[in-house]
Write a protein that binds this ligand. Structure first.
Ligand code: MN
Ligand code: MN
Length: 459
């Protein structure tokens, strides 16, 4: 490489010591366990709550090392440093993932099959959800206020669910339909049952009109004590069933549902806990609703973060102005990035594209077509970030998502940038993003966790 040129480094060539490899795989094992269990924002926040409590963080505390949650879907955590007026070190990731939400009137039967109607959440490619085992995760809230957690399809003894796909023999006209029209949202109906209720089990011993639906309701009542009306106050989500797995002969990749953005949520949580005694005030946010535009009371456009920081300031250092704190804050919008897909290389502009295995990826701006709706990180801030990672010997890369005018996307970065803080997107490359089985490199996950820890602790 020419003397003055920048030569990105592969994590595989960097972390060659057995000590590093062992640490990377120990992290990957923990991550696989986390990913196999946490498939919704609620489950992700519940996991973070357990880890924070075990590390001595006080829930609903006012000052010091504390955390708070909202609706069990979004989380704010803070660890005490030395000088609050130096600003926060903030990492924000999201715990929601594209999936199929149950409709409020989900149950129907047609052609001897019992189904749940769904409305997809976030950017899915509909065909990827057909003909594969799916699990149901979520909650049902009763009139009494009692919340019933639901997970069916993960235990090997559980049944799973699925959406039937059309057989090729009858798909001639579908095959000639453009992809955007070939798969209809209203056909994403989850198969829940097939067996009719026996007349002897029915109310008044009279067979109901819809016997399969009646049997599904009977089973739900038996297992969870719920009735059809309870489904109106439920959030049930169909997600890919089964555990996360290593992929490849060399087990160098992790395959799972929801690396976007639980790879970042997990590495940020690990880094946050490791940086507990940092001189910096460290803040961790896990947001909900990023996949649908950061809307709602639990999304990054909400005031939750602001409320939490204001309360913290009042208890910890009431003389410090909120605006001064925000202006001094340095933040990472922790979100995954699309690396060059080996089979779709023509969609990337390779000089500015990320590669699997080359470490966490900075994305100076997101947005689309002429940088619309983008946060555009300031060069002074990028310079500081690269200086701390270079000093620590952590590989990183700088990339843009796809070709100019080739697409684009948004993250939580622009909503936080509105406070005046310095912020940039940074996360590991994820292949097959938004699919039911996304791929992340073991080494990128490791390097991302190291980078986040460095960010939390650097001077
Ligand atoms: Mn994301
Ligand atoms: Mn996404």
């Amino acid at each position: 490489m020419e003397k003055h040129a920048f030569d990105p480094k592969s994590c595989w060539d960097t972390f060659t010591r057995p000590k590093d490899r062992d640490a990377a795989y120990a992290l990957a094992d923990r991550y696989i366990a986390f990913m196999s269990r946490c498939k919704t924002e609620r489950e992700t926040v519940a996991y973070a709550r357990e880890r924070l409590q075990a590390a001595g963080f006080a829930e609903k505390g006012k000052a010091g090392n504390i955390f708070r949650t909202l609706q069990g879907k979004t989380l704010f955590a803070m660890s005490r440093g030395k000088k609050l007026k130096a600003g926060l070190r903030l990492i924000g990731a999201h715990g929601d993932t594209p999936r199929l939400d149950f409709k409020q009137h989900p149950l129907q039967e047609q052609a001897c099959i019992g189904q749940a109607k769904t409305h997809y959440y976030g950017g899915i490619r509909k065909y990827q959800w057909l003909a594969r085992p799916l699990a149901i995760h979520g909650v049902v809230v009763l009139e009494s206020g009692k919340t019933i957690p639901v997970v069916i399809g993960e235990d090997p003894s559980d049944p799973v669910f699925t959406i039937a796909d059309l057989l090729p023999h009858l798909a001639a006209s579908q095959a000639d339909t453009p992809l955007s029209k070939a798969f209809e949202g209203e056909k994403l109906n989850l198969i829940l049952g097939h067996r009719p209720l026996e007349a002897s089990k029915a109310k008044n011993k009279e067979a109901p009109k819809e016997k399969i639906k009646a049997q599904m309701l009977e089973l739900l009542h038996r297992k969870y004590g719920i009735c059809e009306e309870d489904l109106y106050s439920a959030e049930l989500q169909a997600v890919p069933a089964g555990p996360a797995r290593y992929v490849g002969l060399d087990s160098a990749i992790i395959g799972a549902y929801g690396h976007d953005d639980r790879a970042c949520a997990f590495s940020a949580l690990e880094a946050f806990l490791e940086a507990k005694s940092s001189d910096q005030y460290c803040c961790l946010m896990l947001w909900d609703k990023e996949e649908i535009g950061s809307e709602g009371s639990t999304g990054a456009k909400s005031r939750f973060f602001e409320y939490c920081v204001l309360d913290y300031l009042k208890a910890q250092e009431p003389s410090l102005a909120f605006s001064d704190l925000m202006l001094a804050t340095r933040a990472i919008s922790a979100d995954v990035h699309a690396p060059v897909d080996p089979d779709w290389q023509e969609l990337h502009e390779k000089l500015n594209a990320a590669l699997m295995g080359y470490g966490p990826c900075f994305c100076k701006f997101t947005g689309h077509r002429g940088k619309y709706e983008a946060n555009d990180a300031h060069p002074e801030y990028v310079a500081w970030l690269r200086s701390i990672l270079n000093k620590a010997g952590i590989p990183w890369q700088m990339a843009e998502l796809g070709k100019v005018d080739g697409g684009g996307g948004g993250t939580v970065a622009m909503h936080l940038a509105a406070y005046g803080m310095n912020i940039i997107d940074c996360g590991p490359p994820v292949l097959s993003m938004h699919s039911p089985f996304e791929l992340v490199s073991v080494m990128d996950l490791y390097a991302t966790k190291l980078a986040y820890t460095e960010f939390y602790t650097a001077k």
